[in-house]
Write a protein that binds this ligand. Structure first.
Ligand code: 2AM
Ligand code: CA
Ligand code: CA
Ligand code: CA
Length: 259
Protein backbone atom coordinates (compact mmCIF):
# COMPACT_ATOMS: atom_id res chain seq x y z
CA UNK A 1 0.00 0.00 0.00
CA UNK A 2 2.71 2.44 1.04
CA UNK A 3 4.84 1.48 -1.97
CA UNK A 4 1.90 2.15 -4.28
CA UNK A 5 1.45 5.61 -2.78
CA UNK A 6 5.14 6.41 -3.09
CA UNK A 7 5.16 5.39 -6.77
CA UNK A 8 2.10 7.52 -7.33
CA UNK A 9 3.80 10.39 -5.51
CA UNK A 10 6.75 10.27 -7.92
CA UNK A 11 4.43 10.18 -10.94
CA UNK A 12 2.29 13.08 -9.71
CA UNK A 13 5.31 15.29 -9.02
CA UNK A 14 6.69 14.61 -12.50
CA UNK A 15 3.35 15.50 -14.12
CA UNK A 16 3.01 18.68 -12.07
CA UNK A 17 6.45 19.93 -13.08
CA UNK A 18 5.98 19.04 -16.76
CA UNK A 19 2.54 20.55 -17.06
CA UNK A 20 3.24 23.70 -15.07
CA UNK A 21 6.23 24.44 -17.31
CA UNK A 22 3.73 24.96 -20.10
CA UNK A 23 1.56 27.24 -17.99
CA UNK A 24 4.59 29.46 -17.48
CA UNK A 25 5.67 29.36 -21.13
CA UNK A 26 2.24 30.14 -22.54
CA UNK A 27 2.12 33.53 -24.20
CA UNK A 28 -0.43 35.51 -22.22
CA UNK A 29 -1.50 37.23 -25.45
CA UNK A 30 -2.82 33.88 -26.66
CA UNK A 31 -4.94 33.30 -23.60
CA UNK A 32 -8.62 32.73 -24.40
CA UNK A 33 -10.79 33.75 -21.48
CA UNK A 34 -14.44 32.70 -21.25
CA UNK A 35 -17.11 33.50 -18.70
CA UNK A 36 -18.77 30.46 -17.12
CA UNK A 37 -21.65 31.76 -14.99
CA UNK A 38 -20.78 35.30 -13.86
CA UNK A 39 -18.06 37.87 -14.76
CA UNK A 40 -15.91 36.63 -11.85
CA UNK A 41 -16.33 32.96 -12.77
CA UNK A 42 -13.83 32.49 -15.61
CA UNK A 43 -12.18 29.65 -17.46
CA UNK A 44 -9.26 29.89 -19.89
CA UNK A 45 -7.92 27.57 -22.55
CA UNK A 46 -5.05 26.91 -20.11
CA UNK A 47 -7.40 25.62 -17.35
CA UNK A 48 -8.87 23.22 -19.89
CA UNK A 49 -5.53 22.14 -21.32
CA UNK A 50 -4.04 21.44 -17.88
CA UNK A 51 -7.04 19.40 -16.81
CA UNK A 52 -7.02 17.35 -20.03
CA UNK A 53 -3.28 16.68 -19.73
CA UNK A 54 -3.57 15.58 -16.12
CA UNK A 55 -6.56 13.35 -16.77
CA UNK A 56 -4.85 11.73 -19.76
CA UNK A 57 -1.82 10.87 -17.61
CA UNK A 58 -3.94 9.57 -14.70
CA UNK A 59 -6.00 7.39 -17.05
CA UNK A 60 -2.87 5.98 -18.68
CA UNK A 61 -1.36 4.87 -15.36
CA UNK A 62 -4.45 4.20 -13.25
CA UNK A 63 -7.18 2.75 -15.47
CA UNK A 64 -9.58 1.75 -12.70
CA UNK A 65 -9.51 5.05 -10.82
CA UNK A 66 -12.13 7.75 -11.24
CA UNK A 67 -11.38 11.43 -11.69
CA UNK A 68 -13.32 14.55 -10.75
CA UNK A 69 -12.11 17.68 -12.54
CA UNK A 70 -13.43 21.22 -12.28
CA UNK A 71 -13.66 21.80 -16.02
CA UNK A 72 -15.66 18.63 -16.64
CA UNK A 73 -13.24 16.36 -18.51
CA UNK A 74 -13.35 13.72 -15.77
CA UNK A 75 -16.03 11.35 -14.56
CA UNK A 76 -19.35 11.93 -12.85
CA UNK A 77 -18.82 10.67 -9.32
CA UNK A 78 -21.70 10.19 -6.88
CA UNK A 79 -19.92 8.14 -4.21
CA UNK A 80 -16.30 7.87 -3.11
CA UNK A 81 -15.68 4.09 -3.44
CA UNK A 82 -12.31 2.96 -4.78
CA UNK A 83 -9.64 5.48 -5.71
CA UNK A 84 -10.90 8.92 -6.69
CA UNK A 85 -8.73 11.80 -7.92
CA UNK A 86 -9.88 15.40 -7.57
CA UNK A 87 -8.21 17.85 -9.90
CA UNK A 88 -8.28 21.65 -9.96
CA UNK A 89 -6.13 22.61 -12.97
CA UNK A 90 -5.77 26.26 -11.99
CA UNK A 91 -6.99 27.34 -8.57
CA UNK A 92 -7.29 31.11 -8.65
CA UNK A 93 -8.15 31.59 -12.33
CA UNK A 94 -9.01 35.27 -11.77
CA UNK A 95 -5.53 35.78 -10.30
CA UNK A 96 -3.98 33.86 -13.20
CA UNK A 97 -5.71 36.17 -15.69
CA UNK A 98 -5.40 39.48 -13.83
CA UNK A 99 -2.30 39.15 -11.62
CA UNK A 100 -0.22 36.34 -13.08
CA UNK A 101 0.53 35.24 -9.52
CA UNK A 102 -1.33 33.65 -6.60
CA UNK A 103 -2.59 30.59 -8.45
CA UNK A 104 -2.00 26.88 -7.97
CA UNK A 105 -2.40 23.49 -9.59
CA UNK A 106 -4.09 21.05 -7.19
CA UNK A 107 -4.48 17.28 -7.02
CA UNK A 108 -5.98 15.15 -4.25
CA UNK A 109 -6.20 11.35 -4.11
CA UNK A 110 -8.84 9.61 -2.01
CA UNK A 111 -9.02 5.85 -1.26
CA UNK A 112 -12.43 4.63 -0.08
CA UNK A 113 -13.34 8.20 0.85
CA UNK A 114 -10.15 8.75 2.87
CA UNK A 115 -7.59 11.38 1.81
CA UNK A 116 -4.17 9.82 1.18
CA UNK A 117 -2.22 12.27 -1.01
CA UNK A 118 -2.57 16.00 -1.64
CA UNK A 119 -0.62 18.40 -3.85
CA UNK A 120 -0.87 22.18 -4.03
CA UNK A 121 1.63 23.68 -6.45
CA UNK A 122 2.14 27.44 -6.38
CA UNK A 123 3.09 27.74 -10.04
CA UNK A 124 4.65 31.25 -10.18
CA UNK A 125 6.66 30.71 -6.98
CA UNK A 126 7.68 27.13 -7.86
CA UNK A 127 6.54 25.86 -4.48
CA UNK A 128 5.15 22.36 -4.23
CA UNK A 129 3.24 21.64 -1.04
CA UNK A 130 2.44 17.99 -0.36
CA UNK A 131 0.52 16.11 2.30
CA UNK A 132 0.90 12.33 2.46
CA UNK A 133 -1.16 10.27 4.89
CA UNK A 134 0.85 9.21 7.96
CA UNK A 135 4.00 10.86 6.58
CA UNK A 136 3.27 14.55 6.90
CA UNK A 137 3.40 17.83 5.05
CA UNK A 138 6.22 19.35 3.02
CA UNK A 139 7.11 22.43 0.99
CA UNK A 140 9.63 21.60 -1.75
CA UNK A 141 10.55 18.40 0.15
CA UNK A 142 11.21 20.28 3.43
CA UNK A 143 8.94 19.16 6.29
CA UNK A 144 6.38 21.65 7.59
CA UNK A 145 5.90 21.38 11.36
CA UNK A 146 2.47 21.84 12.92
CA UNK A 147 1.80 25.55 13.51
CA UNK A 148 1.33 26.81 17.05
CA UNK A 149 -2.21 26.50 18.32
CA UNK A 150 -3.20 30.16 18.53
CA UNK A 151 -6.51 31.82 19.26
CA UNK A 152 -8.23 34.23 16.87
CA UNK A 153 -6.96 37.17 18.91
CA UNK A 154 -3.38 36.08 18.27
CA UNK A 155 -3.57 35.67 14.52
CA UNK A 156 -4.72 36.65 11.05
CA UNK A 157 -7.76 35.31 9.26
CA UNK A 158 -8.39 34.59 5.58
CA UNK A 159 -11.69 34.38 3.76
CA UNK A 160 -13.28 34.59 0.30
CA UNK A 161 -14.97 37.70 -1.00
CA UNK A 162 -18.50 36.32 -1.40
CA UNK A 163 -18.72 35.78 2.37
CA UNK A 164 -18.28 39.54 2.77
CA UNK A 165 -20.78 40.55 0.11
CA UNK A 166 -23.67 38.31 1.24
CA UNK A 167 -25.81 39.39 4.18
CA UNK A 168 -26.49 35.88 5.37
CA UNK A 169 -22.89 35.49 6.52
CA UNK A 170 -22.76 38.57 8.75
CA UNK A 171 -21.25 36.58 11.65
CA UNK A 172 -17.98 36.80 9.72
CA UNK A 173 -17.72 40.38 11.02
CA UNK A 174 -17.70 39.15 14.61
CA UNK A 175 -15.05 36.58 13.75
CA UNK A 176 -12.97 39.22 12.00
CA UNK A 177 -13.27 41.63 14.94
CA UNK A 178 -11.81 38.97 17.26
CA UNK A 179 -8.82 38.42 14.97
CA UNK A 180 -5.81 40.63 14.38
CA UNK A 181 -6.85 41.20 10.77
CA UNK A 182 -8.20 39.85 7.51
CA UNK A 183 -6.28 38.68 4.42
CA UNK A 184 -7.68 37.64 0.99
CA UNK A 185 -5.56 35.82 -1.58
CA UNK A 186 -8.24 34.49 -3.95
CA UNK A 187 -6.97 30.92 -4.18
CA UNK A 188 -8.54 28.44 -1.78
CA UNK A 189 -5.51 26.19 -2.14
CA UNK A 190 -2.96 28.86 -1.31
CA UNK A 191 -5.07 30.08 1.59
CA UNK A 192 -5.13 26.50 2.90
CA UNK A 193 -1.36 26.44 2.68
CA UNK A 194 -1.16 29.63 4.78
CA UNK A 195 -3.08 27.83 7.54
CA UNK A 196 -0.71 24.86 7.29
CA UNK A 197 2.30 27.17 7.57
CA UNK A 198 0.80 29.09 10.49
CA UNK A 199 0.74 32.43 8.64
CA UNK A 200 -2.97 32.63 9.31
CA UNK A 201 -4.94 30.92 12.08
CA UNK A 202 -8.07 30.22 10.03
CA UNK A 203 -9.45 30.18 6.50
CA UNK A 204 -13.22 30.57 6.34
CA UNK A 205 -14.89 30.28 2.95
CA UNK A 206 -18.35 29.73 1.52
CA UNK A 207 -19.64 27.63 -1.33
CA UNK A 208 -16.36 25.96 -2.23
CA UNK A 209 -16.42 23.08 -4.70
CA UNK A 210 -15.07 19.58 -3.91
CA UNK A 211 -11.77 20.18 -5.81
CA UNK A 212 -11.22 23.47 -3.90
CA UNK A 213 -11.25 21.74 -0.51
CA UNK A 214 -10.18 18.16 -1.29
CA UNK A 215 -6.39 18.68 -0.94
CA UNK A 216 -6.70 20.84 2.16
CA UNK A 217 -8.37 18.20 4.30
CA UNK A 218 -5.25 16.01 4.42
CA UNK A 219 -3.00 19.03 5.06
CA UNK A 220 -5.12 19.82 8.12
CA UNK A 221 -5.30 16.19 9.29
CA UNK A 222 -1.57 15.58 9.04
CA UNK A 223 -0.81 18.74 11.05
CA UNK A 224 -3.44 18.15 13.74
CA UNK A 225 -5.57 21.05 12.47
CA UNK A 226 -9.31 21.25 11.89
CA UNK A 227 -11.23 20.98 8.60
CA UNK A 228 -15.02 21.19 8.96
CA UNK A 229 -18.14 22.71 7.53
CA UNK A 230 -19.64 25.78 9.24
CA UNK A 231 -21.90 23.43 11.29
CA UNK A 232 -18.82 21.50 12.53
CA UNK A 233 -19.72 18.47 10.38
CA UNK A 234 -17.10 16.76 8.19
CA UNK A 235 -16.65 18.22 4.71
CA UNK A 236 -18.71 16.48 2.00
CA UNK A 237 -16.69 15.89 -1.15
CA UNK A 238 -19.77 15.24 -3.26
CA UNK A 239 -21.22 18.72 -2.72
CA UNK A 240 -20.37 22.40 -2.24
CA UNK A 241 -19.28 23.30 1.29
CA UNK A 242 -18.97 26.31 3.58
CA UNK A 243 -15.70 25.48 5.31
CA UNK A 244 -13.40 26.37 8.18
CA UNK A 245 -9.75 25.28 8.05
CA UNK A 246 -8.06 26.35 11.28
CA UNK A 247 -5.81 25.63 14.23
CA UNK A 248 -7.92 23.99 16.97
CA UNK A 249 -8.15 27.01 19.30
CA UNK A 250 -9.29 29.41 16.58
CA UNK A 251 -11.61 26.75 15.17
CA UNK A 252 -13.37 26.34 18.52
CA UNK A 253 -13.85 30.11 18.85
CA UNK A 254 -15.19 30.36 15.31
CA UNK A 255 -17.67 27.52 15.88
CA UNK A 256 -18.95 29.28 19.01
CA UNK A 257 -19.53 32.49 17.05
CA UNK A 258 -21.13 31.14 13.89
CA UNK A 259 -23.31 28.41 15.45
P1 2AM B 1 -11.07 28.71 -9.06
O1 2AM B 1 -10.20 29.85 -9.35
O2 2AM B 1 -10.47 27.37 -9.31
O3 2AM B 1 -12.44 28.82 -9.67
C1 2AM B 1 -11.60 32.44 -4.97
O4 2AM B 1 -12.04 33.00 -3.78
C2 2AM B 1 -11.44 30.95 -4.71
O5 2AM B 1 -12.74 30.36 -4.71
C3 2AM B 1 -10.64 30.23 -5.75
O6 2AM B 1 -9.99 29.16 -5.12
C4 2AM B 1 -11.72 29.77 -6.72
O7 2AM B 1 -11.31 28.64 -7.45
C5 2AM B 1 -12.83 29.41 -5.77
N1 2AM B 1 -14.17 29.43 -6.34
C6 2AM B 1 -15.08 28.45 -6.15
N2 2AM B 1 -16.22 28.74 -6.79
C7 2AM B 1 -16.03 29.92 -7.41
C8 2AM B 1 -16.87 30.75 -8.26
N3 2AM B 1 -18.11 30.40 -8.61
N4 2AM B 1 -16.35 31.89 -8.71
C9 2AM B 1 -15.09 32.25 -8.39
N5 2AM B 1 -14.28 31.52 -7.60
C10 2AM B 1 -14.74 30.36 -7.12
CA1 CA C 1 -13.20 28.15 -11.62
CA1 CA D 1 -10.53 26.20 -7.31
CA1 CA E 1 -9.91 26.10 -11.10
Amino acid sequence: MMEERLNRDRAIKKWIFEISQNIKNEQKSNLKVEQKTTPNDLVTNMDKWVEKELIERIRRGYKNDRIVGEEGFGDTVSEMHGTVWLVDPIDGTLNFVLQNENFALMIAVYEEGMPVQSYIYDVPLDRLYTAIKDIGVTCNEQPIEPPSNRSLGEGLLATNSSILTKDRYKDIRKVTRKSLGLRLIGSAGLETVEVAKGSIVAYIATNLKPWDVAPGILFMEELGLKATQFNNEPINLLDNNDIVFAVPKAHKEIMAIIN
